[in-house]
Design a protein. Structure first.
Length: 292
């Protein structure tokens, strides 16, 4: 398995997402996602369409698409072409039938032309299918600024209003420090949604004395230099303290011990007890670490 397929599969399995469910959410065939995870690029459609599938899949898994698109091979070997065998000349014994066949064909054409009406009926113009119906979707959240996804594609931050195709669509809303909201919408008419997000349960931490001047802060500080999916669990109880996507410029702090899993390790810088340990790994890499 290549590095691209390994990252996709690890990210999907870390989220507990089955391949069939991912294909259903993206409205693509399961075979396309299998080919991406198993690096069977020769089974994918043309590169432009295949890279579009890869970008949508990465966004569904909470990964940064740019590093994964860089791993997609730019030059694939062309499919071998088969040279058709040269046509075989007809047997010479049938040549004497050719003038007779031409004569019969001309006679039939002349008879049909003479019997046809003087004005031929023009062929019917094929009707084009109607364009897909579009509806208006308005989404506002409390708190505002949440990231809004439709069928795995990022629409923007709330509040927003967009025109989308009608039909059954999957809405997902995420905000740091709040539970992810997901629901299936049957969009046949304009919709106006107002969502109140549920805060994640606070993690009670033991009372600690205030540090004296000059003493580095204790605990874990995660500083995001890019976008990454993140899950943080209490190292003692296993309680999920945070699960979602954080963008560049975001900082999150947690008391020790904690277990951290990230989907884009190159975008997450670790500062442990005031000491900068650098980023957790390479861009696009899925990393699990325990900090004590």
């Amino acid at each position: 398995m290549c590095e691209l397929g390994k990252r996709l599969k690890e990210a999907r399995e870390s989220r507990g997402l089955e391949l069939g469910k991912a294909a259903e959410a993206l409205k693509v065939r399961r075979a396309v996602l299998e080919a991406l995870e198993e690096c069977r690029f020769d089974e994918l459609p043309e590169p432009a369409l295949a890279r579009g599938y890869l970008k949508r899949y990465a966004q569904l898994l909470g990964l940064d698409p740019a590093p994964l698109l860089a791993l997609y091979p730019s030059n694939l070997p062309p499919e071998p072409t088969r040279t058709p065998p040269p046509p075989q000349p007809p047997p010479l014994r049938w040549f004497w039938l050719l003038p007779l066949a031409l004569l019969l064909a001309f006679g039939a054409w002349w008879a049909l032309r003479s019997a046809a009406p003087s004005q031929a009926t023009p062929p019917a113009t094929p009707s084009l299918p109607p364009p897909p119906q579009q509806v208006s979707l308005r989404v506002s959240t409390d708190p505002s600024g949440a990231r809004v996804y439709l069928d795995g594609f990022l629409l923007g931050q709330s509040p927003l209003e967009v025109r989308v195709e009608a039909g059954e669509r999957t809405l997902r809303v995420e905000a740091p420090g709040y539970r992810r909201h997901e629901q299936v919408l049957d969009l046949q008419t304009d919709r106006n949604l107002r969502l109140t997000l549920t805060p994640l349960p606070a993690n009670p931490s033991p009372t600690q004395p205030s540090p004296s001047p000059g003493t580095p802060p204790s605990g874990l500080l995660l500083r995001f230099e890019g976008t990454s999916w993140l899950r943080v669990a209490d190292g003692r109880t296993g309680q999920i303290l945070f699960e979602g996507t954080a963008g560049p410029g975001t900082q999150q702090s947690y008391p020790l011990p904690v277990n951290v899993r990230v989907g884009n390790a190159g975008a997450v810088r670790v500062i442990l007890n005031g000491r900068d340990l650098g980023v957790m790994g390479n861009p696009g890499q899925v990393v699990n670490r325990r900090f004590e």
